[in-house]
Design a protein around this ligand. Structure first.
Ligand SMILES: [Zn+2]
Length: 125
């Protein structure tokens, strides 16, 4: 596998994006309070690999604790299709893609390695 351009978005279709992702570089699941409730299976990419095609005005921004992550969701359908954040020195600016929200990516996502993070204990190793 190599870098591919995927399209994705929320359920109602207001939020649409394109993202260049190399799924062979790994994907993540995390047990922290928000990831476990959202059921997120994600990949982290750089902002220049992400293009929001529509729906900026449909996004609501949820933040908690350290307020590092912007847990964006669609105001109409409630789906967390992607998020944004900045962890200087660790990840720097990033976009977090919810792989469950990509179009026609199921086979690629199934084939990709998954790393399980213990985010509940703030352990990102
Ligand atoms: Zn929506």
């Amino acid at each position: 596998m190599s870098k591919k351009t995927y399209t994705g978005g929320c359920h109602c279709g207001n939020v649409r994006y394109e993202a260049d992702i190399d799924l062979s570089q790994g994907t993540g699941k995390c047990n922290c309070s928000i990831c476990s409730k959202v059921g997120r299976h994600g990949a982290i990419i750089k902002p220049d690999a992400f293009r929001l095609l529509s729906g900026e005005e449909s996004l609501s921004n949820y933040q908690f604790n350290s307020k590092t992550g912007h847990h964006l969701f669609c105001k109409t359908c409630g789906i967390h299709a992607f998020g944004r954040g900045d962890l200087p020195g660790i990840l720097d600016e990033y976009v977090s893609i919810n792989l469950n929200c990509l179009d026609d990516a199921e086979a690629d996502v199934k084939a990709a390695p998954i790393k399980h993070f213990n985010g509940r204990d703030n352990d990102w190793s």
